[in-house]
Design a protein around this ligand. Structure first.
Ligand code: PMP
Length: 407
C-alpha cells in the first residue's frame, strides 16, 4: 500500500526479527499485547539511565524532570483522544484498573438497590465482572444488550433496556473476541436521551482508529498502554470533569490528598484525587513515546492499512475447508476469530506455535461470547500495523498443515 512504509515500520520493532522454534516469528497475538518499537524501548532505557525519581514529590532536579515527563504524557493523552482538559486524564494500571476504579467510585455515589447497569453480550470479562461485583454489593441488576449471530448488537433491544433505572451503560468500542466495531456514537446518544452516562472500553480501539471523546460526547473511556505499542502496567481512564468531580476517590494514600489529620482528610483536586500512591512512573512516562509513534504514522493510515489486511486475511482464511469465522459483523477491526470443523482450537494453536506463528486460542476472556456460539473457544489472529500479507500467507499455510495432521 503506497503511503505506508511497512518495511520501515517493521524495522522499528526489534522483537519481530527473532526466531521462535527455529522459524521466523509471525506475531498475530496483538489483541493480547503488541510488540514495542525501538522508540518506546529507548524511552524506557532513557528513563532509568537519566531521570529515575519519584513524581509529584521532590523539590530536587530529578524529581522535577520525571514529574514533568509524567505530566507530558497526560497532555499527550489529552490531545490523543481530544479531551477538553488534561485533568480529565487519570493514569491507571490499565483498562481493567480503570473499569474497576469507575465501577467502585461511581457505584458508591450513584448506584442503589434496584438500579440497573447495562453492558453488552460481547464484553471482555474486565467490563463484566466489576459491574457484577457492584451489582452484588448494591442489590442492583445487570442487563445485557443481546447480539445477533454475526456479532452485532441488537440496537432495538438496547433501546428497550434503557429506563429511568439505568445508571450506567458500559460497552466495548471494538470486541476483542469478534472484532466488531460497535455503533458507539449511537449508543452514547441514546443513553444520553435517557439521562445515563456511558463508559466506552476502548482497549481494542485506540490503536486501530481515531478516538475523539468530545466528538463522541462519551462520559468515561478506558484503554491500556501495552495494546497500543506502549509499556505494560499503564492505562488511562478518561472522565468528563463534571463526573470526575461528582464521584468520590477510589484508593486512599499519598498524592491523592490535600490535607491529612487523624480527624479528617481533604482530597486533592483532579486528576490526583484518583491517583493514590506511586504510579508506574516508567510506564507512565514512556506511554508518551507510544503515542508519538502512533501519531507520527497516523491512525487514518494505520486504519486503512489494517482494513486492507483484514479483508485479505478474511478471504484467504475463508478459503480453508471447514473453517468458520466467528464474528462476521459488517464493521470490523483487526480480529479474525475462527473455528475449524472437527478440530479443537488449542491443537491448532500448538502446531502453529511450532511453526513460529503466535495466535491465541480459547475464550479470550469473553466466555459469554463463546457460550452464545456454543463453542469452547476460537483460534484468534489479531492484527497490528506491522503485520503483512506474508504473515497471513504463513498463517494459512500453517493451518492447512495443522488440518492435515489433525484430521
Ligand atoms: N477490554 C478489552 C476489549 C480487552 O481486549 C482487554 C484486554 N484483552 C481488556 C479490556 C483488559 O485490558 P488489560 O488487561 O490491559 O487491563
Amino acid at each position: 500500500m503506497k503511503d505506508f512504509d511497512i518495511g520501515r515500520i517493521r524495522a522499528d520493532f526489534p522483537l519481530l526479527r527473532r526466531e521462535v522454534n527455529g522459524k521466523p516469528l509471525v506475531y498475530l497475538d496483538n489483541g493480547a499485547t503488541t510488540q514495542k518499537p525501538q522508540q518506546v524501548i529507548d524511552a524506557i532505557i532513557h528513563y532509568y539511565q537519566d531521570m529515575n525519581s519519584n513524581v509529584h514529590r521532590g523539590v530536587h532536579y530529578l524529581s522535577q524532570i520525571s514529574t514533568d515527563a509524567f505530566e507530558v504524557t497526560r497532555r499527550k493523552v489529552q490531545a490523543f483522544i481530544h479531551a477538553e482538559h488534561e485533568h480529565e486524564i487519570i493514569i491507571t494500571k490499565g483498562a481493567t484498573d480503570g473499569i474497576n476504579l469507575l465501577a467502585q467510585c461511581y457505584g458508591k455515589a450513584f448506584v442503589h438497590a434496584g438500579d440497573e447497569i447495562i453492558i453488552s453480550a460481547m464484553e471482555h470479562h474486565s467490563n463484566i465482572v466489576p459491574w457484577q461485583m457492584l451489582c452484588e454489593d448494591k442489590g442492583a441488576v445487570l442487563k445485557v444488550i443481546p447480539m445477533n449471530s454475526d456479532g452485532e448488537l441488537d440496537m432495538e433491544q438496547y433501546q428497550a433496556l434503557l429506563s429511568p433505572k439505568t445508571k450506567m451503560v458500559a460497552v466495548t468500542y471494538v470486541s476483542n473476541a469478534l472484532g466488531t466495531i460497535n455503533p458507539i456514537a449511537e449508543i452514547i446518544a441514546l443513553a444520553h436521551q435517557n439521562g445515563t452516562p456511558v463508559l466506552v472500553d476502548a482497549a481494542q480501539a485506540v490503536q486501530h482508529l481515531k478516538v475523539d471523546v468530545q466528538a463522541l460526547d462519551v462520559d468515561f473511556l478506558v484503554f491500556s498502554g501495552h495494546k497500543m505499542y506502549g509499556p505494560t502496567g499503564v492505562g488511562v481512564l478518561y472522565g468528563k470533569e463534571k463526573w470526575l468531580n461528582a464521584i468520590p476517590p477510589y484508593q486512599g494514600g499519598g498524592d491523592m490528598i490535600k490535607d491529612v489529620t487523624f480527624e479528617k482528610t481533604t482530597y486533592n483536586e483532579l486528576p490526583f484525587k484518583f491517583e493514590a500512591g506511586t504510579p508506574n512512573i516508567e510506564a507512565g512516562i514512556c506511554l508518551a513515546a507510544a503515542i508519538d509513534y502512533l501519531e507520527e504514522i497516523g491512525l487514518d493510515r494505520i486504519k486503512a492499512y489494517e482494513d486492507d489486511l483484514l479483508a485479505y486475511a478474511t478471504e484467504k482464511l475463508l478459503a480453508i475447508e471447514g473453517l468458520k469465522m466467528i464474528g462476521t459483523a459488517e464493521h470490523k477491526s483487526s480480529v479474525l476469530s475462527f473455528v475449524i470443523k472437527g478440530i479443537h482450537p488449542y491443537d491448532v494453536g500448538v502446531i502453529l506455535d511450532k511453526l513460529g506463528i503466535a495466535v491465541r486460542t480459547g475464550h479470550h476472556c469473553a466466555q459469554p461470547v463463546m457460550d452464545q456460539y456454543r463453542i469452547p473457544g476460537t483460534i484468534r489472529a489479531s492484527l497490528a500495523m506491522y503485520n503483512t500479507r506474508e504473515d497471513i500467507d504463513a498463517l494459512v499455510a500453517g493451518i492447512e498443515r495443522a488440518v492435515k495432521m489433525l484430521l
